[in-house]
Design a protein around this ligand. Structure first.
Ligand code: G6P
Ligand code: ZN
Length: 544
């Protein structure tokens, strides 16, 4: 008989989930009762969990294994019937989403802080996904947060650690625990969606691909899929051994943190195709020989070519993008005559549209792309769809991108991040502009005329729910746009994101450097907000 203990606690005030679950530094999670309080708040907020199945796994970062044991004991104490846990406590975020769907689980708990660094003093995160496999929507995260504010106890089984490194079935009391292979089901799903024979044939011609797993969760997935199933040379899969600290790096697949891959892809002897994924495997970076593909362009190009892959042969029904993502995909939707949706930042906002069959592809400027195959963005899926397209078209990434621009025009795009700002300074910038929105239309800044300015409100067309204050948008005559928004994923200070874009139809101008092509908008952003004056920062910390 396993004893169930009821432990008294007091609420922690700071357990409000952000864009993607609760993310804090490890020492915060290590406070006595802190992790347990949040897990109990999740269990208390989801109805009918007795006897149900829960999927559990994480990106393998520091503290992952400890929290896996805590969740297992607490799930048993709270009456779950069965937990499916990835061996070693590992599941990529898209693989977890797939397992929730495949096993009709009530939901899943994913332990990750995505692309943020890992280690004893770095970041950790806990996210709850619902039965469709997707991140909990606002009404669920609000209920969880409300519960954290009144919680007075948690339940935990007084059982020894579960052996999470052996495949097979174990028990805590009445609850069954299945330790499963984290890779196999996901790899099978990818093989169902894409033409592996065609990709294999492309690789057999000497087409070289390289993938950087960034010491994170995708290493084992990449080895199984690229090396074992597609015949890629194992040496071309970099940093494929997961580490609790991601080798001391940021597992963030952008040009700053994947600089080595970027430099390699820009060199004379670059492979034909380079890609990377983040800590938990949901983001992607795509670089062709000599050309970086922005996430916004990647979404548009994948949408225009998806029908070349078996899973999307019948065509896509619609596209959704987060509001700050460039409008490049909108032009593809228009050409295809399909629905286009603009949602707030955060994958959870795509869930209803996907469930209702209104969209097939979704994407975000923050390096997330995915489809209706799961309810999370999916890094390796994006890489494989690119490879499937390349295998059919037999052109270089460069030619596919430039042909796309020639047909649809190029949307020059950049994001400027100001990290770790003083919260008051960030609020001053956002409120300063927010309060003036109504007076901006008609004003001219350095030759650019403001057409319209607003604060983005999203009305979900499926359930009618409303999300307000999702970013400040400034639209200029001629199609330029600037968006200002505070990040919802940071763990220290405030991060201000400034998203800038403009469309250029003339192919003669498509080769320009985006920073230069967007210089007038960059100046307009400064004169609208006074970021430099207020923060003392003369340049953004990260430019993507
Ligand atoms: C996470 C979410 C994404 C979101 C991204 C950026 O990766 O899963 O949906 O786009 O964070 O969020 P932020 O609030 O930091 O801009
Ligand atoms: Zn991620």
């Amino acid at each position: 008989m396993t004893a169930i203990e009821t432990i008294s606690i007091r609420p922690f005030e700071d357990q409000k989930p952000g864009t993607s679950g609760l993310r804090k530094k490890v020492p915060v999670f290590r406070q006595p009762g802190y992790t347990e309080a949040f897990i109990q708040a999740i269990f208390d907020s989801i109805e009918g969990h007795r006897g149900q199945t829960l999927v559990l796994g994480g990106d393998g970062r520091f503290y992952n294994r400890t929290v896996i044991q805590t969740v297992l004991r607490m799930a048993a104490a709270n009456g779950f019937g069965r937990v499916l846990v990835g061996r070693g406590g590992i599941l990529s975020t898209p693989a977890a989403s797939h397992l929730i769907r495949k096993h009709a689980a009530l939901g899943g708990i994913i332990l990750s802080a995505s692309h943020n660094p890992g280690g004893p003093n770095e970041d950790f995160g806990i996210k709850y996904n619902i039965g469709n496999g997707g991140p909990a929507p606002d009404n669920v995260t609000s209920a969880i947060y409300a519960r954290t504010q009144t919680i007075e106890r948690y339940l935990i089984a007084g059982s020894p650690d579960v052996d999470i490194d052996q495949l097979g079935t174990q028990q805590i009391g009445d609850m069954q625990i299945d330790v499963i292979d984290p890779v196999a089901d996901y790899a099978d799903l990818m093989q169902d969606l894409f033409d592996f024979d065609a990709i294999r044939a492309l690789i057999a011609t000497g087409f070289q691909i390289t993938f950087d797993a960034m010491h994170a969760v995708t290493g084992p997935y990449a080895k199984e899929i690229f090396v074992r199933r597609l015949g890629v040379d194992a040496d071309l899969i970099r940093n494929a051994e997961p580490s609790e600290t991601f080798g001391g790096h940021h597992p963030d697949p952008n040009l700053v943190h994947a600089a080595e891959l970027y430099q390699r892809m820009m060199s004379d002897d670059a492979p034909d195709f380079g890609a990377a994924s983040d800590g938990d495997g949901d983001r992607n970076l795509i670089i062709g020989k000599g050309i970086f593909v922005t996430p916004s362009d990647s979404l548009a190009i994948l949408a225009a070519n998806a029908h070349l892959a078996p899973a999307y042969r019948a065509g896509i029904v619609g596209i959704a993008r987060s509001m700050p993502t460039s409008q490049a995909a909108d032009r593809v939707a228009e050409a295809l005559g399909i629905e286009m949706h603009e949602t707030p930042t955060g994958w959870k906002y795509f869930g209803n549209l996907l469930d209702a069959g209104r969209v097939t592809l979704c994407g975000e400027e923050s390096a997330g792309t995915g489809s209706d195959h799961v309810r999370e963005k999916d890094g390796l899926w994006a890489v494989l769809l690119w490879l499937n397209i390349l295998a059919v078209r037999r052109q270089s990434v460069h030619d596919i991108v430039t042909e796309h621009w020639a047909r649809f025009g190029r949307t020059f795009y950049t994001r400027h991040d100001y990290e770790n700002l003083d919260a008051a300074a960030a609020a001053q910038i956002m409120d300063g502009l927010g309060n003036r929105l109504d007076s901006l239309a008609g004003q001219t800044l350095g030759g650019l005329t403001i057409q319209q300015a607003d604060s983005f409100t999203y009305r979900d067309p499926v359930d009618g729910s409303v999300a307000e204050n999702q970013g400040l948008r400034i639209f200029f005559a001629g199609g330029g746009r600037i968006v200002f928004r505070l990040s919802g994923t940071g763990t220290s200070g405030a991060t201000l994101r400034v998203y800038l874009e403009r469309h250029e139809a003339d192919p003669a101008n498509h080769d320009r450097d985006p920073q230069e092509a967007l210089a007038p908008l960059i100046e307009a952003a400064e004169s609208l907000t006074g970021i430099a004056t207020i923060t003392g920062r003369t340049a953004p910390d990260v430019v993507t």
